[in-house]
Design a protein around this ligand. Structure first.
Ligand SMILES: Cc1cc2nc3c(=O)[nH]c(=O)nc-3n(C[C@H](O)[C@H](O)[C@H](O)COP(=O)(O)OP(=O)(O)OC[C@H]3O[C@@H](n4cnc5c(N)ncnc54)[C@H](O)[C@@H]3O)c2cc1C
Length: 460
């Protein structure tokens, strides 16, 4: 077996959680290998075009990523009003990709793209190495500590960790949705249409000071609704093939660019046939929605279909069973934990498995994410970060949001680096050490008795 290399910390998955984990670990002094199965960095926030982090931006690395995007005029630094408070800033996916490359290179991280982890090498119950498959064949990667930021919990599952999949009643996961992007939309005309049909809109967010140029609305508009209009047009004969009854859309960086969230495929994001079918069905749905918008929504008359997001929008797969499973009650009750590593106020955002409804419930000033949700039961030397942490199906509606994923990435990196520096397994690291370092960096932990940022109080 070819030995690819030996590192302090290996991070699997270069999505939002993995990027933050790799950068934080490298800045803490670890030699880091970042493994990614696709040919790009960022996972869903770049390839999935999921460019609107929802909730308090609490990870210091992610905050810096957004600030750097603002510096390139590729993110909206302004504060918006919406259901979930005042911490949301849309960014451009390619500008984010540029920033990620810049920060990863500055940190001296070795990146291996098109590398899939296919097996773990264990010493007892501890992860000791990973088997990866690349174009050149199979190789072994060794490290002192590992972070699983694969979104799917692949490394933890390969190591034998228990996991949850879907909701308790029937095992169904939240549906797969890919955004599609449209250019040349007349945004002022679109907003006027939404205002004229306000009863059919749940959310119409745009800068009130904006004028009549598309530029005035770049990255600053969020619209949800059109339910009645879809119903009416279906009654008149329009062939709406999408199993969802409303549309959400937002403006992008390019004047006249609109990203549309409407497609929906019910399937298992770990099943090859479902994944393949989803790629095709979602495209057909996107073309259908585009036809609807062009015909029936003002501003879309001359619109041009740009793309379906290149990375399939898989919302939910494995949730690795950790030392603690954070619950809906914890999240809705704003529960604080002694071992919390990040205050999270992302909404409970659940798209009904098998149905067309969606809930987006504000959780007030937020809850703490316990470190134990990142520590898989029975497996050592592996910390889980990102959307696959240990949560019940409803709590997952909040912890899957980018702000939470990036917080867990940062905490995982600190624990993994401390373990590798001392040559001990990750289980030997006291959570208080991780918390101390996070506090030093300026992270709100979500522990009992801790205050919350002023702006968050106002937003609630
Ligand atoms: C349609 C949709 C809308 C959303 N809307 C919002 C929103 O408005 N606001 C918000 O905050 N969040 C939103 N989210 C959620 C959020 O985008 C994701 O949960 C979050 O980006 C996940 O980050 P991650 O790092 O955990 O995983 P990912 O971004 O999925 O990254 C995981 C990476 O690991 C790689 N990988 C997987 N397996 C392996 C392997 N075996 N070997 C090597 N690499 C591997 C993948 O290729 C991927 O790049 C949305 C998600 C979807 C799908």
């Amino acid at each position: 077996m070819n030995l690819f290399g030996s590192y302090d910390v290996v991070v699997t998955g270069a999505g939002s959680s993995g990027i933050v984990a790799a950068i934080r670990a490298a800045r803490e002094g670890a030699s880091v290998l970042l493994l990614e199965g696709t040919g790009f960095l960022g996972g869903l926030i770049t390839g999935g075009r999921l460019t609107k982090p929802t909730g308090l931006i609490n990870s210091t690395i992610f905050h810096e990523m957004l600030e750097r995007c603002v510096g390139y005029k590729g993110a909206d630094g302004r504060v918006h009003e919406s259901y979930w408070g005042k911490y949301t800033g849309t960014f451009d996916a390619e500008v984010m990709q540029r920033v990620i490359i810049e920060m990863v290179e500055e940190a001296g991280i070795e990146v291996l793209l098109r590398a899939n982890v296919i097996q773990t090498v264990m010493k007892g119950n501890a992860v000791h190495g990973l088997l990866i498959r690349t174009k050149s064949g199979e190789s072994l990667v060794l490290a002192k500590a590992f972070v699983d930021a694969s979104g799917d919990g692949d490394v933890a599952a390969l190591a034998g960790a228990d996991f949850m999949l879907g909701r308790e009643s029937d095992g169904l996961t939240q549906p797969i949705t890919s955004y599609f992007r449209v250019l040349n939309v007349n945004v002022p005309a679109l907003i006027a249409d939404c205002e004229a049909n306000r009863a059919d809109m749940w959310e119409v967010v745009y800068p009130k000071e904006a004028g009549d140029r598309n530029e005035d609305y770049a990255m600053a508009v969020l619209l949800t609704g059109f339910q009645q209009r879809i119903k009416d047009k279906v009654a008149e004969g329009f062939d709406w093939i999408i199993p969802k009854d409303h549309i959400t859309m937002k403006t992008g960086l390019i004047p006249g660019e609109i990203s549309v969230n409407v497609t929906r495929f019910q399937g298992n994001g770990l099943d090859d046939r479902d994944l393949s079918r989803a790629e095709i069905e979602i495209r057909k749905q996107a073309y259908c929605a585009f036809d609807f918008l062009q015909r029936y929504v003002k501003g879309f008359e001359d619109a041009i279909f740009l793309e379906v997001a290149p990375k399939l929008g898989v919302r939910e797969t494995r949730r690795i069973t950790g030392q603690y499973i954070i619950t809906e009650t914890d999240v809705r009750g704003n529960r604080r934990f002694d071992d919390a590593i990040g205050l999270c106020n992302s909404p409970v955002d659940v798209h009904e498995p098998g149905g067309s409804r969606a809930i987006m419930d504000h959780v007030g000033i937020g809850f703490g994410i316990p470190y134990r949700t990142m520590v898989p039961l029975k497996i050592d030397n592996l910390i889980v970060a990102g959307r696959c942490i240990s949560a019940d199906a409803i709590a997952f509606g909040s912890t899957r949001n980018v702000p939470a994923c990036t917080m867990t990435g940062e905490a995982a990196a600190i624990a993994a680096t401390l373990a590798s520096t001392r040559g001990v397994p990750t289980s030997s690291i006291a959570v208080s050490e991780v918390q101390n370092r996070l506090r030093e960096l300026g992270v709100w932990l979500g522990i009992p008795g801790e205050d919350v940022p002023d702006a968050l109080k106002q937003a609630s």
